[in-house]
Design a binder for this molecule. Structure first.
Ligand code: CP
Length: 309
């Protein structure tokens, strides 16, 4: 089985069969990661560069670890400390790196569409989007889906709410695309200023402005950080006020007549969108999401590189 695409630019471009293939391949790699020797030779002789033009902890380490577990040669490039500061363009930087016989590129960039731009100019190189501006974060949505299926058995018919700064969240958009393609019911919840107008019509999701009602409805709540670095205007009066209206608390979860699963892509702002006693509670699968990220990224790299084992 093969993916229908040479790149992973976004979930928008994937078919449901592509998503199922990545998730089923990730199950096999998760088994590899439980072994004493957590390494397979699948990508020996493949060279991958991780190009990070924006800060990252989880995604950068997770991709690098996935590459090492697959025996690929890896190079890490951070824009800070590079010749980008001397005026070199993205395309010149990447063409110089590729001339050193690099096979695949993993890229995070603050500009929405940057990986799509590279894919248009470099059709022969597999490009993996590790987060582009406010557009998509496909590997995060795939690891979120893997984690929900691991916990609940399926996505089909599950009720999932994305809470918080939907307007500036690439995690939200990738999750919405994926969950809709795989048969889940999706709501978004948050203040009106952080939810795009017309999202119901554009993406076929429901909007809920009341956090308590959103939690009562869902099986899974994926809580998102407020992306202050992407906001150029005041969209709510204070973090304290945001926490009072939209922060997820343990008292709220205890008041529900059922258990729900709490997710967060990280980084967490404790005491803003989520209280510490929720993030660290039995409801939370936040660290399982991070663990699953390595297996899911191994699957993405393996499938895009083509099987070598
Ligand atoms: N979830 C996520 O993208 O985290 P990082 O920004 O640390 O990579």
């Amino acid at each position: 089985m093969q993916l229908s695409t040479k790149h992973l630019l976004g979930i928008k471009e994937l078919t449901p069969e592509d998503i199922s293939l990545i998730l089923s391949t990730a199950i096999q790699f998760k088994e590899v990661l439980q072994r004493p020797i957590k390494k397979v030779p699948s990508l020996r002789d493949v060279t991958i560069v991780n190009l990070f033009y924006e800060n990252s902890t989880r995604t950068r380490i997770s991709f690098e670890l996935a590459e090492k577990r697959l025996s690929a040669d890896t190079i890490n490039f951070a824009a800070s400390g590079s010749s980008v500061s001397k005026g070199e363009t993205l395309l010149d930087t990447v063409n110089n790196i590729l001339s050193m016989k690099v096979d695949m590129l993993v890229m995070r960039h603050s500009a929405s569409g940057a990986p799509h731009f590279l894919a248009r100019h470099l059709p022969g190189t597999a490009i993996i989007n590790a987060g582009d501006g406010i557009n998509e974060h496909p590997s995060q949505a795939l690891l979120d889906a893997f984690s929900i299926i691991e916990k609940l058995g399926t996505l089909q018919g599950k009720k999932i709410v994305l809470i918080g700064d939907i307007m500036h969240s690439r995690v939200a958009l990738s999750n919405i695309y994926l969950l809709k393609k795989m048969g889940a019911e999706v709501k978004v919840a948050g203040p009106p200023t952080l939810i795009p107008k017309y999202i119901e019509q554009a993406l076929d999701v429901q909007v809920e402005y009341n956090l308590r009602k959103a939690l009562e409805w869902c099986d899974v709540a994926n809580v998102l950080r407020i992306q202050l670095e992407r906001q150029n205007q005041v969209l709510f009066s204070s973090l304290r006020e945001y926490n009072l209206s939209y922060g997820v608390t343990l008292a709220m979860l205890d008041a529900l007549k059922k258990d729900i699963v709490i997710m967060h892509p990280g980084p967490i702002n404790r005491g803003v969108e989520i209280d510490s006693d929720v993030a660290d509670s039995r409801h939370s699968i936040i660290l399982q999401q991070v663990e699953n990220g390595v297996a899911v990224r191994m699957a993405i790299l393996y499938l895009l590189a083509g099987s070598k084992s």
